[in-house]
Design a protein around this ligand. Structure first.
Ligand SMILES: NC(=O)c1ccc[n+]([C@@H]2O[C@H](COP(=O)([O-])OP(=O)(O)OC[C@H]3O[C@@H](n4cnc5c(N)ncnc54)[C@H](O)[C@@H]3O)[C@@H](O)[C@H]2O)c1
Ligand SMILES: [Zn+2]
Ligand SMILES: [Zn+2]
Length: 391
């Protein structure tokens, strides 16, 4: 079958790879209808995440039909149209029982690399390097999904493929940040990054009752989507002092919840940004944390900062003094999708949550290299490139 693989830093190619097989009674095989690029893939393709091997199949946001199932699978049937969170979770370990699915003790069959890096291993993720379990990804005609009863959610008939697709990763990630960031009815929430993840964090905050939501980015077409499709306020960080602007818009207090949805390749307009870039390239720090720094400065005293953007290792000039003296709560997570997909699909069915505008580009899987090039360059207003392996 055809699949989009990582062939080296900044190299995506489409090649023939062996079809996946059921390996366990709890597995299903999916025929993939739609699979989509994610900002996380850019960190991977750019060589910032360790433990990719040439030939690894990319992709972790997807929707497909069950074509074969293991004997122990009960909740899904052959023929079901399903969406699956990008993190693999067993459903029965202590972390899964706490609904912290991306921290599953059994999701990553190869925990040594991340234990060495971080002291403990989080769960595994489809198509996200051997550090995250070495699972083949979704940019392929077929895909194996382990722990299918935990990961597969049947999509209601009234929800289109394109809408449901984003319940796999972008929406579930945004929901994780808005919910675990502690959004309460009446809150002011600020979100850094107007990619699919930031937009969905903003929408989740609104659906959780936030009164005012402000999204920060510099790309005009994304800021326009924030205003038109999300219904939130938009701020351009390339022309605005973000901290001062947020103070101004919140009666001097600052946002209650600050969600960072940018990650380790953040842009920065100042000298500090140039230093971060040089240090990252010289490997003196692994990540560029300018959006996290700004979120900590902007947040109201006693507020909460949630890091959704992906970071791999160490950062420099972390404002620990502000964090401590302002009494902030700082949290982060990979998405705990299995916890949120049912309520997300219900909001999609009612029409309260729409995602179609994120799919700015759609093409056959054979054009994956070009699809990634456009996505990385954010060319032609690209927010996400959707690949259709069947077309
Ligand atoms: N925690 C999770 O489970 C999870 C899941 C999916 C994605 N992610 C991460 O979330 C982040 C966002 O993902 P995405 O797919 O939306 O990425 P994306 O690359 O499409 O969007 C990132 C956006 O951040 C903007 N940006 C850059 N620097 C900024 C700054 N200083 N202030 C404000 N905005 C800035 C960019 O212009 C861009 O629009 C990535 O780091 C990705 O790896 C995390
Ligand atoms: Zn992702
Ligand atoms: Zn588990």
């Amino acid at each position: 079958m055809k699949a989009a693989i990582w062939a080296g830093v900044d190299e995506v190619t489409v090649e023939d790879v062996p079809e996946p097989q059921l390996l366990n009674d709890h597995d299903v095989l999916l025929r993939i209808h739609k699979t989509v690029t994610c900002g996380s893939d850019l960190h991977l393709i750019g060589g910032y995440i360790p433990a990719m091997r040439s030939g690894d199949v990319l992709g972790h946001e997807f929707l497909g039909t069950v074509v074969e199932k293991g004997r122990a699978v009960q909740r899904v049937q052959v023929g079901d149209r399903v969406v699956v969170p990008s993190f693999v979770a067993c459903g029965s370990c202590w972390y899964c029982s706490q609904e912290l699915y991306s921290l599953c003790d059994n999701g990553n069959p190869d925990p040594g690399i991340t234990e060495g890096l971080w002291g403990q291993s989080p769960g595994g993720c489809f198509g996200y390097s051997h550090a995250m379990g070495g699972y083949a990804g979704s940019h392929a005609e077929y895909m194996r999904v382990p722990y299918a009863d935990v990961g597969c959610f049947v999509v209601p008939d009234g929800v289109s493929d394109t809408r449901a697709l984003f319940a796999s990763d972008s929406v579930t990630t945004g929901w994780t940040g808005a919910h675990l960031g502690g959004t309460q009815p009446g809150d002011v929430v600020a979100v850094w990054g107007a990619g699919a993840v930031g937009q969905m964090a903003a929408r989740a905050a609104m659906l959780l009752g936030a009164e005012q939501v402000v999204v920060i980015d510099r790309l005009p077409e994304r800021l326009a989507q924030v205003r038109t499709h999300i219904g939130a306020e938009a701020v351009d960080f390339s022309t605005t002092d973000v901290v001062a602007e947020l103070r101004e818009r919140t009666g001097g207090r600052g946002p209650d919840v600050c969600i960072e949805a940018v990650g380790m390749e953040a842009h920065s307009t100042g000298v500090q940004g140039a230093f971060d870039q040089v240090k990252q390239q010289l490997r003196l720090q692994t990540d560029r944390p300018s959006a996290v720094r700004e979120a900590i400065r902007a947040c109201r005293k006693g507020g909460s900062v949630f890091v959704l953007g992906v970071y791999a290792g160490m950062v420099d000039k972390f404002p620990l003094g502000a964090l401590m003296n302002k009494g902030l709560t700082v949290r982060g997570a990979q998405q705990h999708g299995q916890r949120y997909v049912p309520e997300i699909l219900a909001h999609m069915e009612s029409g309260a949550l729409t995602t179609e505008h994120l799919a700015t580009h759609t093409m056959p899987l054979s054009q994956a290299a070009e699809g990634y090039r456009i996505f990385k360059a954010k060319e032609d207003g690209c927010v996400r490139t959707v690949f259709e392996p069947g077309s």
